[in-house]
Ligand binder design. Sequence first.
Ligand code: ADP
Ligand code: MG
Length: 688
Amino acid sequence: MTLLDKPVQFLKGVGPRRAEALARMRILCARDLLYHVPRRYDDASTITPLELAQVGMDVTAVGEVRSKGVVPTRSGLRIFQAVIQDDTGIITCAWPGQPWVERGMRVGDRILVTGPVRFFHGRQIQPREHTLLARASDGASPPDSAGRIFAIYPASDELPQWIFRRVFSQNLDWLIRQVRAEEYLPAAVRRDLMELPDALETLHRPRSLAEVDDARRRLAYDELFFLQLLQARERYRATRERPGIAFRRTNELIRALHGRLPFQLTGAQIAALRDIYADMTSARRMSRMLQGDVGSGKTLVALFAMLLAVEGGYQAAMMAPTEILAEQHAQRIGELGLDVALLMGSMTGARRKAALARIADGDATLVVGTHALIQEGVDFRALGLVVVDEQHRFGVRQRMVLAERDPAPDVLVMSATPIPRSLAMALHGHLDISVIDELPPGRRPVTTRLVGPDERGQVFREVGERLDRGQQAYVVYPVIEESSKTDLRAAETEFERLRREDFAGREVALLHGRLPGDERDAIMRAFLAGRVHVLVATTVIEVGIDVPNATAMVIENAERFGLSQLHQLRGRIGRGDQGGVCFVISDGRDGANDRLQAFARTTDGFQIAAEDLRIRGQGDLFGAEQHGHRTELRFADILTHGDLIAPARDRARALVDADPLLTADENALVRFLLERRYGDRLELFGLG
Ligand code: ADP
Ligand code: MG
């Protein structure tokens, strides 16, 4: 405990009632308050002296309220007016139709207003936004950072701006003195990053806006470092706490598979295999992610890894997120002349028993299945490697179950969601990462065509021509059912229409997430077998299977999908050698055109992911579950601070490798701060 853990209630000017309101903003202790930094700044250069506010301008101005009142008009509209004054002059501010503004304002208050200057019995500002900077007769109010920069705090109705400003004016110096004891970075490591107390003081009281970026950068580093520390712990538990297997590589099976392949591995596949073989032959457990676009040849790389395990006398298992995918993996491995056992939840009776027996006595060396593989009642004789397909379907708890199996198999997870390297490192610091950033040669890229809704008829005619040639197609909709709230096209309605009109006489099927799992499986199987020609679907096909004969896709209301989602959808076609076409239908609403054009221009998933990150920001990615909890990065922005991730990760890993439980004296402060940030989840990482 330090003084910064003191409940916020005991700070000057707070008290029990405000403390309750602060708690609703998740500000509980003094430290929370210190980290409640302004959300934006208005600097003097953007503030217009009242004398210079001319009709027609849009201004931000600051003044003291001289008089105020609600003025009724003949039309019944009530207008709140306040006359404000600064060193240069006075002006009226008017809030038509908002008489209630009066309640929050007193004569003598200092306010900041932003809005247009209009003419109405003289010059008048009509504020879009106003902020109470200081309460009337509030002697404690400070000059605004040398009077030049206005810091605007995130505030609420119960806790308006001026309260934050006053509370900070009374407590900031004390808070900054306390936080000096929490500088955990030695100068040699910190290098050009700001010192922690300086950074926090700068954010509350900047001398210039330029400094604010440097201050944020320091706090961004802290966020990334502690996130990496948690991930370094997960990695330590998974790979260092129990002995791994040093696989013996005989090359017998590996060479045989090389001999049977009708093609050469790509350079990126070879590089990934080099990483994997090095991990597997070392005595440490492997915990690696293999990242690569759909079709980049990850499964084949995984298969080589599995063969290395088998050569060394172990079994290897591959887990897929759905039964169809598992079947498909098994079939493809079988086609390469290898003996593979399949185990899935839906298997029952004698088949299941036989599979379990082969797995238990070690007769089955290559095993493919669903999550059922690592669950109750499945005993392997000697499981040496687990390959996890589509890792994002797994949560931290499931990963931990896998990590804690005894004896401990090596783990390789595969992800078909390409993301920029810095982001991968930030999200998956617990894993080592290999990237396949190259597609096998000779692929015919899918052509993408952006079309408007009025060209829909023509699009379906072109799709029809492909069906005539014996090919298949997907038509994707953003929603299942029509709704009165939107005019989005819906899969159910359009399915009925397509089978009656555009695709009359063809087999059309409907697939969406509300169908029971076995029905979905049956429909996918029929599509795979060619019995269904057109599959009308929602995004459930994102992580679908390979249907090489499906060469066309139509995506309706494309503006509703994220770029990466579109990319995953498009990845379903063009798997064969006929070349594919993807029609992207959108009326270009919501400024979607730039996005969709970017999508149509490239088929490089990494480029698309980078663009997606730039457009949508990292919120979705980090807002999603991380480590079984929400992880919010308030200061770190992957695009701006990407260069900080590798140093943060390296330092976190070095610390944990040298002092796994962070019990050494010199790590006491880091450990304390880690508890402050992630106290609720330390148990999961063996630090509780
Ligand atoms: P991913 O799992 O990354 O989506 P796959 O492993 O399924 O990709 O590979 C897609 C297809 O490409 C498969 O048919 C596979 O046999 C083939 N393939 C894999 N590597 C190569 C290569 N180096 N050259 C040519 N084809 C390859
Ligand atoms: Mg090993």
